[in-house]
Each structure stands twice: as structure tokens, then as C-alpha cells.
Design a binder for this molecule. Sequence first.
Ligand code: SF4
Ligand code: SF4
Length: 356
Amino acid sequence: MQFTEKSKQHIDSCRFCWMCHHVCPIGNATGLERNTARARALGLSMVARGAIEYSEDIINNVYECSLCGGCMKDCVTGWDPVMFTKEARLGAALDGKLPEYVMKMLENFAAKGNIYGTEKNPNIPVIGGGDILFYLGEDTRAKGCAKSAVELLKKAGVNFALLGDEPISGYSLDFLIGAAAETKAVMENCAKTLNNYKKVVCYDPADAKVMKREYKEYGVDLKAEVVTFTEFLADLVKSGALKVKKSDMKLTPQESPILARDLEELDSMREVLSACGELVEMLLNKKDTVLAGNLIMNEYMPEVMEKVAEGRWVNALNMDAKILVTACTAEYELLKKTKPEGVELMKIEEVLLKCL
Ligand code: SF4
Ligand code: SF4
């Protein structure tokens, strides 16, 4: 297993540091030291030095990270565990050492066009026309539902297209095997379709993140403007295309780490929710937000994912949240599964539909 000099430097800086262990949603869910950035770095530093093999246990540990960036955000010295963890995943792929559960998802992708191996959802309508593409993404098509979102866009009079054969953005492959040739090929294929539109509205922040960041980093030619669904909704409210009546709902945003940290989008969700009701902030919010769930990891560590979501519910209840609002399919699905009594869970589009 080869690491770049940059990764080796970050690994060596993290391996004896304890400073960010308290922010890791996975470490907090499992209570295990192995799930901290430091422990992962310690194992990888020995692999990088050739002192130990890139063993099954170390590779599994590399896949126990959600890449949420909580540690990186907390790091006052600017070291980046997400970067070296992704590089370690790419290394496992190149060395032919991917765990069975990752291989299974890649086989699903080859056979069915999505890592979950689901059949095409017949309930998703195909809508043609317009120069705006509403991009649902792999998580939503396989595991979620965007019915309310489609209804809302129609009510706002948006002329948009929804594809029957939507190409995969590359988010899942980037998560599983990083910057491999396969990931880049999938991204290039997707960009060809996206470039038929002026604007692409991504329902799931995960797809917006790869289109806005990794496409650029990997040299994928994307001409279409990419916006998040939350950003698009905030503009519809501001322009008056969605005429919102303020309600007495108390709304607490669960902002996904991808929106807050990777895309640095901190205002859109708050603007929408403030127009719809009273904004009640979450414990640990904005760039300090905590992951509430990841559907890819739910395929191979579902108990831990449930604990991650339960932890976020505890944070919400500590702030006396009445309605927790999400804008991310993975977080919504995991929060729904673990929802306690006496508190509501809504998607941002459901909140808006209630206030029209
Ligand atoms: S990311 Fe920063 S705080 Fe966390 S282990 Fe590495 S050096 Fe320490
Ligand atoms: S990226 Fe997130 S899950 Fe991974 S070590 Fe850092 S805080 Fe933990």
C-alpha cells in the first residue's frame, strides 16, 4: 500500500493526537478508540512504514469512517483525516484488498447501476422539458422518496426535467474507492447528461458535493450550474415563487455535514425555516453539526448507524426540539428509523408545503 507524501505527513501528525476524539459520530456511537482519527492514523502509519501488513482489520477500520469531516473541522493545526482515509480506500481497491461488503456493493453497481442493487423505482415519474434538471441521486432513488419535493417544485411553477435513466453522480464510488479510474469514468458519464441543462438542482447534498468539488478536482468537464435543493428553495421563497405563510411551528434544522462543512452552506435552510415558523437551533449546529446517518455505511454497519441517529435525536431533545427538519435522504431515513415519541421529523419540502 503506497501513500502520497502529503498523506503520510497528515497520518504522522494525527497518530499521537487525541484532540478531536470527542467529535467523531462513529467513535461516540461505538465507544471504541479504534473509531477515532488518531487510531486510524496509527494503524495506517505502521502500514505506510511497512511495519505491518495492510490487514483485513485495518482495512475494515478505514471503512468505519463516515468521511463527515468533524475531526478536520475541529483540528486547529489543519490536518485532514478524510484525505488520508480516502487515499487508504483507493489503496485497498488498487491492491485488490477491498472487503467483501464493498465488493458486493460494487458488483451491485455493475449489475443494477446502483450500489444498493435495487430495481428501478416505477413510482418515480419521468418529466421532460425545461433547462433545469432536478437530480434525485442514488440514495433517494434506491432508498428514499422525493414525491413532496416534486409536488413543491410544480406548485412553484418551476419548469424542470426529471430523468427516467438518471446517471449516477459518482458519490457512492467516491465514498467507497475514492479517486479510482472507475469513479472518474462514472462522473464523466454523468457530466455528459448534466451538460444538456443550464442548471442542475441536486435533491441530495451528497451529489451536489461531488459535482461541485470532486468533478473539479478530478478534471471532469461540467458546464452546468449545480445548486443544492435547499439553496434553490431559499431562492424560490425570496423571489416570491413560493408564497409562504408563517406558521406557529417550531422548526429545528438538522444540517448535514456535507451541506455545512463541505459546501459551506449555512444560511439557505435557516432562511426557509425562518419564513415558515420559529427557528429553534440544534445542539452543535452550522459547521459543528454532527452526522445523523449514512446509507452506504448502513449497508455494512446498520447497528452503528442507528446509534449515530439516536445520538442526534438526543441532541435535538436536549434543545427541546419539537420538529426536526432534514434536507438529506440518508439522514432522514436513519432518523425516521430511530425517531423517539413526542417529536416530529419532517423534510424541508414538507415544511414548505404545509405553509403555502
Ligand atoms: S485531525 Fe487534528 S485534532 Fe484530529 S487527530 Fe489529527 S491532528 Fe489531532
Ligand atoms: S471524518 Fe467523521 S467519522 Fe471519520 S474520523 Fe473524522 S469525525 Fe470520525
